[in-house]
Structures are given as structure tokens and as C-alpha cells.
Design a protein around this ligand. Structure first.
Ligand SMILES: NC(=O)c1ccc[n+]([C@@H]2O[C@H](COP(=O)([O-])OP(=O)(O)OC[C@H]3O[C@@H](n4cnc5c(N)ncnc54)[C@H](OP(=O)(O)O)[C@@H]3O)[C@@H](O)[C@H]2O)c1
Length: 292
């Protein structure tokens, strides 16, 4: 029995479909009944913030896909650390043998960002299930293009990475890698840096979006300090925005530029290119870019 957390999220929802299509025995952890019914698979209602609910959800589970919320600090802490620590504890208590966890590329414990939260959590997972963990360390998601804030109200792409290329990945590929690692031979103790098949600068990405939308797409380049200042003005804690600016400077220096072979190695085919992502998500892209 496989349990999926984050089953309604940008990776989990694709994994649900993949596991259902192959007839795997699995259930999804959802926070309410309506979301479980909408997924159309077996589900258990539970919440990382309610550890008792996790005990029931983990009954009989031997493999876990550990996906969860992105990280926003509250009062200087990442709720995600507490939440996924509860899930790791429930997995250990239930005797789960294999955990495939979504982490992030360049996770390190000393940051208020997702990188810091995952840095702490990845260590906790390795300590709790020494022979049973595998990490997915994805580059930036192409699906971020569809999220609020990706485009300005006048339809320009917001560029946060200077002139540096980034090897964005489609979350459908992350889900397929998770599927292989959950259902195939175990790969304990391994971490996979998952990237797309090419690295594009913000300008090159804007050009690809323009091609997909059949209209010019200008770029609004923002320096790391400008991104941080805008978020601080919206009430984000200064320590968080300072860490974010530092991260963006690292990306602008090329920290997400490498293209790895992990996706083709795991899936036996190339990672999905940006153009395929854009073509497959045209209605959502039009909404994000033309009616942000
Ligand atoms: N975005 C990127 O570029 C990027 C890059 C690398 C790594 N990552 C990592 O990828 C992961 C997924 O990020 P995402 O932005 O794709 O997430 P997402 O799509 O927003 O999905 C979050 C999932 O977590 C569930 N969840 C939230 N709070 C919960 C709680 N208290 N108890 C149980 N489930 C809860 C949500 O369920 P509901 O439907 O109930 O809300 C949803 O299924 C994160 O760990 C992030 O750090 C992201």
C-alpha cells in the first residue's frame, strides 16, 4: 500500500493518475472529503497539523510519497518543518519501508526558505528511516509560470534570475520519476537532481511563451533586491526576504543552470521540453499571461 501526501498538489495530482492507470494499490491523504472525492481514488482524510489523523491514514502503508506544501515562514519558523516531521514520525511508527520525498535542489538547513526547511527535513527522514529514503531534488517548476505573479497585469513575464539560464522542470516528469521510485526496485539513500532537458534564461523563456501565445511577450527583469523589497512591502518578514534575495543571487550566478541526466536515466526518455509544457497548458497559460 502506497500513501501519497500532497496528492492534490502540482506533483501529487499527476502521480495519482499514474498510479491509478497502472492499477497500483494506493491511497491519497487529503485534508477534506470533497478533495478526496474529486481525486477519484481511495483516500484518507488527515492533516499534517493533526498527528492523530496521520496514524489512521498510515495504517497498513509500506511505501510513502512525501509531498507537501511549499514553504512560507510564520513568526520566523517554517510550519512545513513541523508538519512534515509529523508525517515522518507517523511513517516510522507505521513501519513504512520506502519513502520518496520531494525536496529541492541545493537544500541546506541554514535558510528560512524551502531550501532550509527541506535541509532539516531530509536529515530527519534519513535519521528516522536510515535504509528507506530516496530524495527528489527538482529544479524550478515550469508550472510556476501558471501561478499568480508570474506575469504583470500588462502581460509581461516577470524575470527574477538575471541573465542566468535555469533548467526548469515539468512537474509531470517529477511525478513519473516518483512513480518509478515507488513501484520499481528500491533506490535507498539516493538523491536525484531532476531538471528539464535544457536551461533557458528569462528572456529565452519569454520568447518561448511568445511563440506559444502568438503574441510578443516582454520581460520585466527584477533584481534580487527589488523582489525582496516588494515582498517586504507586502508584509513578508525581512529575514525571509533577505534569504530570498540571497537565493536569487545564487540562481543569477548559475546555481540552477545545470541539466542533469536523472530524468532520462529514470524514465528511459528525455525530460519534457518547455515547448511541450506550454502547448499542453495553453488555456491556463493564456489565463496567467493575458488575465493575471
Ligand atoms: N515550486 C517550485 O519551483 C519548487 C521547486 C523545487 C521544490 N519544490 C517543492 O515542491 C513541493 C511542492 O510544492 P508545490 O508548490 O508544488 O505544492 P502544492 O502544489 O501547493 O501542493 C501542496 C500540497 O500539500 C498539501 N497540504 C498543504 N498543507 C497541508 C497540511 N497541513 N496537511 C496535509 N496536506 C497539506 C496540499 O493539500 P490541499 O489541497 O489540501 O491544500 C497540496 O496537496 C514543496 O515541498 C516545495 O518546496 C518546489
Amino acid at each position: 500500500m502506497i500513501l501519497l501526501t500532497g496528492a492534490t498538489g502540482s506533483i501529487g495530482r499527476h502521480l495519482v493518475r499514474r498510479l491509478a492507470d497502472r492499477g497500483a494499490e494506493f491511497r491519497a491523504l487529503v485534508r477534506d472529503e470533497a478533495k478526496g472525492r474529486a481525486l477519484g481514488c481511495a483516500y484518507a482524510v488527515g492533516d499534517f497539523d493533526d498527528p492523530a489523523s496521520l496514524t489512521a491514514a498510515f495504517a497498513g502503508v509500506d511505501r510513502l510519497f512525501l509531498g507537501g506544501p511549499g514553504a512560507l515562514p510564520v513568526d520566523g519558523e517554517q510550519p512545513m518543518v513541523r508538519q512534515l516531521t509529523a508525517a515522518i514520525g507517523a511513517a516510522a511508527a507505521a513501519g513504512v519501508e520506502r519513502v520518496v520525498k520531494v525536496s529541492v535542489w541545493h537544500a541546506s538547513p541554514d535558510s528560512l526558505l524551502a531550501q532550509g526547511a527541506h535541509g532539516v527535513l531530509d536529515r530527519r527522514l534519513a535519521a528516522a528511516l536510515p535504509g528507506g529514503w530516496t530524495l527528489l531534488q527538482p529544479s524550478g517548476f515550469l508550472q510556476n509560470l501558471l501561478a499568480p505573479g508570474a506575469f504583470t497585469p500588462d502581460g509581461r513575464l516577470v524575470g527574477r534570475y538575471g541573465g542566468a539560464p535555469v533548467s526548469h522542470i515539468d512537474t509531470r516528469d517529477i511525478a513519473e520519476c516518483a512513480e518509478v521510485l515507488l513501484t520499481g526496485p528500491p533506490r535507498p539513500g539516493e538523491s536525484f537532481v531532476l531538471t528539464g532537458p535544457q536551461a533557458l534564461t528569462d528572456r529565452e523563456l519569454a520568447d518561448r511563451v511568445a511563440h506559444a501565445l502568438h503574441r510578443p511577450v516582454d520581460l520585466l527583469p527584477l533584481a534580487p533586491d527589488e523582489v525582496a523589497a516588494a515582498l517586504t512591502a507586502q508584509g513578508a518578514p525581512p529575514a525571509f526576504t533577505a534569504d530570498l534575495a540571497a537565493l536569487l543571487r545564487e540562481v543569477a550566478a548559475g546555481s540552477l543552470a545545470e541539466v542533469t541526466t536523472a530524468v532520462p536515466d529514470l524514465l528511459g526518455r528525455p525530460a519534457r521540453p518547455v515547448d511541450a509544457f506550454l502547448a499542453d497548458h495553453l488555456p491556463a497559460l493564456r489565463t496567467a499571461a493575458d488575465h493575471p
